[in-house]
Design a protein around this ligand. Structure first.
Ligand SMILES: CC(C)(COP(=O)(O)OP(=O)(O)OC[C@H]1O[C@@H](n2cnc3c(N)ncnc32)[C@H](O)[C@@H]1OP(=O)(O)O)[C@@H](O)C(=O)NCCC(=O)NCCS
Length: 87
């Protein structure tokens, strides 16, 4: 019904407006390709737990934001701090 695409477009626009350089997610490449997500710059990145490499996708919001990115991803940001305090 277009709800998935509408949510993705809104999330991408909000991330861009907040000044983020990129969005990284785990999902079906066949679906997320339509929004510009690829596994091109995620080869040297990893999740803290098990994940399927070909499903780790990224969309750069700023050209080159993920150039040379490597290592294990970890959560950051205001919501993460709230969760840490609650734990
Ligand atoms: C992926 C999902 C959120 C899309 O939501 P939606 O509201 O149906 O999305 P839209 O209506 O905006 O888009 C539907 C289009 O996406 C395609 N699509 C949906 N899931 C897809 C998938 N997993 N792989 C490839 N294409 C997919 C549909 O075939 C349709 O294509 P069309 O535009 O050419 O007709 C929804 O299908 C869903 O919850 N799927 C189950 C979970 C899932 O597959 N998640 C994938 C990421 S982990």
């Amino acid at each position: 019904m277009g709800i998935g695409s509408a949510l993705m477009k809104d999330a991408i626009a909000r991330a861009r407006a907040l000044g983020h350089g990129a969005i990284i997610l785990v999902g079906d490449p066949e679906y997320y390709a339509r929004f510009g997500f690829t596994a091109e710059k995620t080869a040297a990145l990893a999740m803290p737990g098990p994940f399927e490499k070909h499903r780790l996708l990224a969309l750069e919001l700023r050209d080159g934001a993920l150039d040379g990115a490597s290592g294990v991803l970890r959560a950051t940001g205001a919501k993460c701090q709230v969760l840490r305090r609650a734990a």
